[in-house]
Design a protein around this ligand. Structure first.
Ligand code: CA
Length: 224
């Protein structure tokens, strides 16, 4: 399981540890710093896929950390966490190069959804580049799917689901991660909906065996 590398920069021990636990459980490899200086060193040395950045840090101000991170890595997704309610901080955070912000106290589902959205946008497979799995070709740019040169019609949610599985082809994608990334806030009925979408996908792909169910765990797409 490799959902990506996340660097957490948070001096509040309880929040930092909580985030680390939750993200680790979801397959992220997590590194945690409580100071801005250490975060800059870690970001430079370890090249995270995404940074969660608290603004109120004991040494360097979070906004300045954000600016420097951005200077070093123009495409690095940065999500600012802030307990400061003032709108100016939010604006400053974004002007400093943050991609998104979330106010504390935040809802976990919302945070995970934003992380998922940002990582998808940057994309481990290179953003809008086509994803090829066996004879299946997905093109995020025009959201088309072809199999052996035949176009497969999918609804938007089905496309997103297949893209997520395709970008992780050969690996089990946990149900929790799929639900967090694709269904955002609709935790209640989403689990059942996911099962239905998977059935639909199998039918549309014309070869049910391409997607394997790991009951209660997740799904895996394999090349034909
Ligand atoms: Ca703080």
């Amino acid at each position: 399981m490799d959902a990506g590398r996340v660097l957490i920069v948070e001096d509040d021990e309880a929040i930092g540890r909580g985030l680390e636990t939750v993200l680790s459980e979801r397959g992220f490899s997590v590194q945690r710093c409580s100071r801005g200086g250490a975060a800059l060193v870690a970001a430079d040395a370890d090249r995270p896929d995404l940074v969660l950045l608290d603004l109120g840090l004991p040494d360097i101000d979070g906004v300045e950390v954000c600016r420097r991170l951005r200077r070093g890595s123009p495409s690095l997704p940065i999500v600012v966490l802030t307990a400061r309610d003032a709108e100016m901080d939010i604006v400053l955070g974004l002007n400093a190069g943050a991609d998104d912000y979330i106010a504390k106290p935040f809802r976990l589902g919302e945070l995970l959804a934003r992380i998922g959205a940002l990582l998808r946008r940057v994309g481990p497979a290179g953003g809008d580049a086509a994803v090829v799995v066996g004879d299946l070709v997905l093109d995020p740019a025009d959201r088309s799917v072809r199999r052996r040169d035949l176009e497969i019609e999918l609804r938007p949610r089905e496309f997103d689901l297949l893209l997520l599985l395709a970008r992780n082809a050969g690996r089990v994608v946990p149900r929790d991660r799929i639900l967090a990334e694709l269904w955002r806030d609709h935790w209640g009925g989403a689990s059942k909906t996911l099962d239905m979408r998977i059935s639909t996908l199998r039918r549309r792909l014309g070869e049910p065996g391409l997607i394997t169910t790991f009951r209660g765990v997740g799904y895996r797409l394999d090349p034909a």
